[in-house]
Design a protein around this ligand. Structure first.
Ligand code: RFL
Length: 393
């Protein structure tokens, strides 16, 4: 049985940070929308990932009047703690304007965005399976899905926001040949580990000849650790004991406690951009359109930027019958995306090439070390780095 649920202005596929931010901005502006999410609410609210909301993204929530309700965590301290060959070298940013960033686990933001959307009367449908997009170039796109009871439902809309990540259905609905895919593989992976270990600092990053290691606070009692490793490593090769031994070797000091490890995952580092970020009445946002290596801590922030740009464009279309911002959506986002892809590639190379020279050779190693020292020696280099960290350029 197929149920026509009716019409709305925007169907949003996916309730990650992009979809939820967009949904809240539209709801707040009186624009109708429905969010369809494949997973359950519990699953989405528990999914652990990013931790840094940059200054630009924090101010965006303030502009939309949602800062108090959605931003959790603690203010981002303008210090990065590097451990270089076992020595601590704190790095202080010099930017004048970096005050609003937050150290906030992604799932805290997601939970707050869901609570805000639902308590304000938003229509968010979890466990929506087999979402299919039809007629995305036509006058009224149609979105079909199967609800939690197994019934097939359909929605018509003015436009579809594809916020369903890298493996979603939205980008896959675009015919071959329309999108250009730009990609870069870095040649190594991160073993990412979530453990019950309190962190002394918001972040600690080790540069070492054995490879990069990082520790990032995820709330008062948990940390996420990262270890650079070869692309063909598997989590089975990394026992808990081996992980702790390697973290201690790269940091050159013992960890506070070898707490229980709750998850292990391999993430190959890569950069990807799909251009353009739209097709007919379908607009792609966040990881559905671009991936940055997690070293940059910009994936979630780019997703939030896309949501801001698309929400403003839709509001302009609906309120003023002016499609100009929607027509510019992809070009506007692309400028920002490529600027941050450039930053992400630079910072990822810098942090890895400075350590284990076996991946990219001794010449790159020496260059990376020189660039790293420049960050300390040059206030100009420091200010540019700060601008990127805050997301304000
Ligand atoms: P999300 O968050 O993946 O949400 C997509 C949503 O779509 C749903 N979905 C579907 N729904 C309906 N139908 C379908 N067919 C669907 N297919 C998928 C999914 O269930 C999900 O709910 O994408 P979005 O919103 O674009 O947000 C992107 C960010 O989540 C991502 O870029 C960041 O997590 C990247 N990232 C980091 N970003 C930062 O800004 N700072 C960080 O510190 C940071 N650390 C990280 C990260 C990503 C990591 N992983 C997972 C590689 C650390 C790690 C380990």
């Amino acid at each position: 049985m197929s149920v026509l649920d009716g019409n709305t202005t925007v169907v949003i596929v996916g309730s990650g940070v992009a979809g939820l931010a967009l949904g809240n901005f539209l709801l707040h502006s009186g624009v109708g929308c429905v969010i369809l999410e494949r997973r359950s609410r519990e699953y989405v609210e528990q999914r652990q990932r990013a931790g840094v909301i940059d200054t630009r993204a924090a101010r965006m929530f303030r502009e939309w009047g949602l800062e108090e309700r959605v931003l959790g965590g603690v203010p981002f301290e303008p210090v990065m703690n590097f451990r270089i060959d076992g020595q601590t070298r704190p790095y202080q940013f010099l930017g004048d304007d970096n005050g609003d960033g937050r150290f906030c686990p992604q799932q805290v933001l997601v939970r707050n965005l869901i609570d805000t959307f639902v308590s304000d009367g938003g229509d968010l449908r979890f466990e929506a399976e087999d979402v299919a997009l039809e007629n995305i170039r036509g006058e009224r796109p149609l979105v079909r899905y199967r609800d939690a009871t197994g019934a097939t439902r359909t929605l018509t809309c003015d436009l579809v926001a594809g916020c369903d990540g890298d493996h979603g259905v939205s980008r896959a609905a675009i015919p071959d040949g329309h999108l250009t895919r730009y990609t870069r593989e870095y040649g190594y992976a991160w073993l990412t580990v979530l453990a019950e270990v309190p962190a002394n600092h918001q972040s600690m990053m080790a540069i070492h000849s054995r490879g990069f290691a990082g520790q990032f606070a995820r709330g008062p009692q948990a940390s996420r650790f990262y270890l650079q490793c070869p692309l063909d490593d598997t989590t089975q090769q990394w026992s808990d004991e081996r992980i702790w031994d390697e973290i201690e070797a790269r940091f050159g000091e013992p960890v506070a406690t070898r707490g229980p490890i709750s998850s292990k995952q391999m993430v190959p580092l890569r950069s990807v951009v799909y251009d353009p970020m739209s097709y007919g009445h379908l607009y792609l946002l966040g990881d559905a359109a671009h991936i940055v290596p997690p070293m940059s801590a910009k994936g979630m922030n780019l997703a939030l930027h896309d949501a801001d740009v698309l929400a403003k464009a839709v509001v302009r279309q609906v309120k003023d019958n002016d499609a100009s911002l929607l027509e510019d959506y992809s070009a506007t986002c692309m400028r920002h995306v490529w600027n941050y892809q450039a930053f992400a590639a630079w910072f990822t190379d810098l942090m890895h090439d400075s350590g284990d020279a076996s991946y990219r050779g001794d010449f790159q190693h020496q260059i990376a070390r020189a660039e790293f020292e420049r960050l300390y020696a040059s206030t100009t280099a420091n200010r540019l780095f700060s601008e990127f960290l805050t997301g304000l350029n």
